[in-house]
Design a protein around this ligand. Structure first.
Ligand code: ADP
Ligand code: MG
Length: 273
């Protein structure tokens, strides 16, 4: 048995080594134009490129309207790109449709700013957590319920919350449920669009710590969207700064925060209290 364990171990590390060389997400010259009128085109995202290594967090920071959410929505295939490519695990997903797109959707999940609007107030927490499993016909009803209880453990909420409804939870607890639901299908990537912006600073801190623990435990990769530099500083490996649809600077967290190269980044940093 010991020998087999060693064989499994080396096969696994070999696989991981070859996979680790390909970033989980690569974005190449992504562009989005919105036609606002017969002769008015808004360049919401202009030739944005970056990549996210497996198990890491890439954050996009910038003020409201700078194109952060549009970029996230194109990567998540909720919005069609005007130009450019998105590679997921080395595969071009820009033009996927049908069954391959449906399969891909299991591999990334979104968490938004306002969990209340995305959690059906009539459903119990248990049903909310079982729903993704039901949609993909994964497991029996009993297995789905057991999985819902495990998901609740993962986000550190007591199991008796299973019978509650979203209205009986605080904002931070609702965001924990939204994260638990996002984890139900065991995705590789979480796209977190302003996930803590609606929460008090002390609750923000708890959710960011939870996200950090989940990343370490499950090897999750995050694309984090935030207008808040303090949040980004806490959670990121790499950071991209967007201004008016352009990613004006990107680098490791310490590069961007300690040695900003672009005047706009310095301006943002100077505004932190
Ligand atoms: P952010 O998330 O950084 O606040 P967004 O990506 O939501 O910015 O928006 C970038 C720009 O694109 C904004 O000027 C916004 O008004 C515009 N925009 C976003 N979605 C649409 C849309 N569906 N139609 C027209 N304009 C849009
Ligand atoms: Mg946004």
């Amino acid at each position: 048995a010991a020998r087999r364990a060693v064989a499994v171990q080396s096969a696994r590390s070999g696989g991981e080594a070859s996979k680790a060389s390909v970033p989980l997400v690569t974005v190449e010259a992504l562009r989005k134009e919105f036609r606002l009128g017969p002769d008015r085109v808004l360049k919401a995202v202009q030739d944005v490129s970056f990549s996210i290594p497996r198990g890491q967090t890439f954050s996009i920071v910038g003020e409201s309207g700078s194109g952060k959410s549009t970029t996230a929505r194109m990567i998540s295939r909720l919005e069609t790109a005007s130009a450019g490519r998105v590679l997921f695990d080395g595969v071009d997903i820009t033009a996927l449709s049908g069954e391959p797109l449906r399969r891909l959707r299991r591999r990334f999940q979104l968490v938004y700013q306002n969990p209340y609007s995305s959690l059906d107030p009539r459903m119990s927490i248990e049903d909310i957590l079982c729903e993704p499993l039901r949609a993909f016909r994964l497991g029996s009803r009993a297995e789905q319920k057991a999985q819902a209880a495990t998901l609740l453990d993962q986000v550190a909420l007591p199991r008796d919350y299973l019978q509650r409804k979203p209205g009986a939870l605080s904002g931070g607890q609702r965001q924990r449920i939204a994260i638990a639901r996002a984890l139900a299908l065991k995705p590789d990537l979480l796209v977190l669009d302003e996930p803590v912006s609606a929460l008090d600073v002390s609750v923000q801190d708890q959710i960011l710590r939870l996200l950090g623990e989940l990343q370490r435990d499950a090897g999750l990769t995050y694309l984090m969207i935030s207008h808040d530099l303090a949040v980004v500083r806490q959670i990121s490996h790499r950071v991209g700064v967007m201004q008016g649809g352009v990613m004006v600077e990107q680098g490791s967290r310490d590069e961007v925060f300690d040695h900003p190269r672009h005047a706009y980044t310095r301006e943002l940093l100077a505004a932190i209290p």
